[in-house]
Design a protein around this ligand. Structure first.
Ligand code: ADP
Length: 175
């Protein structure tokens, strides 16, 4: 058993998974896009925890590519894994490695918490401007490599059917 990969459309804040991933920014203080939606729906508990993490482990913010966990407040998930994807116009040659690290470290944090299912948004492809096709190929190959050794059921969730179709097409062309 090597786990599964599945695609769906919807709102990540409604997913009753063990872990959902937040495309956060390094401040961990909330923001727009998925980040804003998670904090709005999850309530103040999540921010309380990320503030503590800033005070203790990451006073300068969470570095790009790293991931940390909080509980999920009022969300139906058990944990929120906060990761920081690269800002495309700033990452140059390191963009692919940083995006892969955001996926891989999120998977590892969730796995180590005992989660065997996880839901990802399309990290960095919104406000952070990562080209969607390229990001899709990195996301899929990084997840595939991880679940070979650590079986998990992984869902990629998209806000709209166009983004899902684009991911599907980009990752099929890869094979
Ligand atoms: P980043 O800052 O890493 O680019 P964003 O939150 O701006 O992250 O966007 C990442 C992706 O998540 C975008 O493709 C966006 O359409 C999608 N998205 C935004 N809100 C939600 C949500 N509630 N559920 C699922 N996906 C979402």
């Amino acid at each position: 058993m090597r786990g599964t990969i599945r695609l769906k459309t919807g709102d990540i804040t409604k997913e009753p998974a063990c872990a959902i991933v937040n495309a956060a920014n390094s401040s961990l203080m909330g923001g727009g896009g998925v980040d804003g939606a998670i904090h709005r729906a999850g309530g103040p508990k999540i921010l309380e925890e990320t503030k503590k993490i800033r005070e203790t482990r990451y006073p300068d913010g969470l570095p790009t590519g790293e991931a940390i966990a909080t509980t999920a407040g009022n969300l139906p998930a058990k944990y929120v894994i906060h990761t920081v994807g690269p800002i495309y116009r700033l990452c140059d040659g390191s963009c692919p490695d940083l995006l892969a690290a955001a996926y891989r470290n999120s998977l590892r944090v969730a796995y180590d918490l005992g989660c065997r299912d996880i839901v990802f948004p399309a990290i960095s492809t919104g406000i952070y401007g990562y080209p969607k096709e390229e990001a899709a190929r990195i996301a899929k190959s990084t997840v595939e490599a991880f679940i070979q050794k650590h079986p998990m059921d992984v869902t990629f969730i998209f806000h709209n059917p166009q983004d899902m179709a684009l991911f599907q097409k980009a990752t099929e062309e890869n094979h």
